[in-house]
Design a protein around this ligand. Structure first.
Ligand code: SAH
Ligand code: MG
Length: 212
């Protein structure tokens, strides 16, 4: 199957989003902000509608795009907590949350997730992992603690532009550590009895995990 043609077709099916969302997509494209792809946004929104979480945790806000997309399908009273460490992006995300009128349901926590996660109490019904790919395996114990039993965790970019398929030696030295850690992370999610995981090759690869 030709993945590019499929992606073009899937994008063409997406309904038009708000002006703000389109503006954010354009900003991200021009400034190389790695926001979720359109089909990933659609999958996330479907999962949010399916699981109807009251409390969502996101690791990696960037400019607030995925948080705003998830917020489109929130039940009333539901809240999103999202973590970001980059100053510039924090500022833009706050502006975007305010422009969308979503400040009351989205809380941005500033700092390194490695530290911030430890300070949270949970439980969260839904967690979206979309920060530094090499750190997922280190965040896993904290994220497991924070997720409610039966809760859903979605992890983005698990196939890393398909380099995950390559042997360790075929990827550049710079990417090698991330490559092995991502493989370790996927192995853990697939083999640890605490999790039920399915890896979906949509967008840049998404892992959907349920905590037992
Ligand atoms: N979820 C966003 C995209 C996130 S891009 C969207 O789809 O709209 C990944 C973000 O994670 C970057 O902005 C980066 O600054 C942030 N990040 C990476 N490592 C982090 C860490 N350890 N703690 C907090 N934020 C981190
Ligand atoms: Mg991502």
């Amino acid at each position: 199957m030709n993945k590019e043609r499929l992606t073009v077709y899937l994008h063409s099916l997406e309904p038009e989003s708000s002006d703000l969302i389109q503006e954010m997509e354009e900003y991200a494209r021009q400034n190389y902000v790695p926001i979720i792809r359109k089909e990933t946004a659609s999958l996330l929104k479907t999962l949010v509608s399916m699981t109807r979480p009251q409390k969502i945790l996101e690791v990696g806000t960037a400019i607030g795009y995925s948080a705003l997309r998830m917020s489109e399908n929130l039940e009333s009273g539901a809240e999103i907590t999202t973590i970001e460490k980059n100053e510039k992006r924090i500022q833009l995300a706050r502006e975007n949350f305010s422009r969308a009128g979503k400040e009351s349901c989205i809380t941005l926590l500033e700092g390194d997730a490695a530290e911030v996660l430890k300070t949270l109490a949970g439980p969260y019904d839904f967690i979206f992992m979309d920060a530094a790919k090499g750190q997922y395996i280190h965040f896993l114990p904290e994220v497991y603690r924070l997720l409610a039993a039966g809760g859903v965790m979605v992890t983005d970019n698990v196939l890393q532009d398909d380099t995950i398929l390559e042997s360790r030696y075929a990827v550049t030295r710079r990417d090698r550590t991330i490559h092995s850690r991502m493989r370790e992370y996927l192995y853990e999610l697939k083999h640890n009895k605490d999790w039920q995981t399915s890896i979906v090759p949509i967008g840049d690869g998404v892992a959907i995990s349920v905590k037992h």
